[in-house]
Design a protein around this ligand. Sequence first.
Ligand code: SNW
Length: 292
Amino acid sequence: MIVTSRTVRAAAMSAAALFALSACGSDGGETAGNSATPASTDAFDLIQPGSVRVASMGDARPYTFTDESGEFTGFDVQFFQEVAGCVGIEDVVFTGQDFSAILPGVANGQFDVGVAAIGITEERKQTVDFSEGYLAGYLTVITPAGAGVTEGGDLSGSRLGVVQGTLQEAYALKNFPDTELVRFPDNNAGISALNSGSIDAHFADYEAAKQYATQYDIELAINIPSFDAPAGFAVAPDNDAFREALNVCIEEKMEDGTWRDLYEEWFPGSPMPDQYLPSSEQTGDDAATTTS
Ligand code: SNW
């Protein structure tokens, strides 16, 4: 058997999480008549038991966005829905926020969880807890096509858009010292500014950049690996039973191929990362971390 870091972590889950999940996959019949909430979710400290309130983003396509009918969808949204269903919660309520409002909203108890390609960092762990990571990729500098930007130094003296509170903002502050940062509440505002010429470049997540490139005459000029900060679900501190139950189900939804199917659906053509695939499909050679 191939022992992945995921299987080791899953094996180390606390008894509380395993207890909470003991009804996972059953029809909950044992608890019928006792309460409207399956016993398996009683250990979770949720704002409204049986339901999960999610802070997300309405415009971070293809990670999280609202479709024409106003429904939240995208890779992160659908993966979270799968994981929530596995832990025994079918009622998942998404609310669109500015990125910078998501972690404060989770930390102060307005939301149970934050789902928006949120990279796990030590700094963010000061205010929220995180599930295990479920997505690792690149931070991408977007320029008008033909701008000739190929490395950070080419941005000297330029105006670079970032979404406030993102890893892109932190990276640019540290690594692009001669670049003027222009902060936006969301990527759509940044891309509008890029298209109107009021900024020279915009800095977003790779898959979002790829998406904008299908609509506008822009270029993915620089891709910076962000594999040290894989996205996780942000959970309020001290909700360990819930967080650990999410972890068990993240593992389950990777092992059964759900994660792989969603990745192929939402990120077509992108290199398939090895680490989140079913163990039987892992090669030990991570395409995503070796492709630049
Ligand atoms: O760190 C990456 C991760 O490797 C993956 O590519 C998904 O995006 C990231 O989590 C970075 N995302 C940004 C952040 O966490 C912006 C998120 C957003 O705009 N919704 O700050």
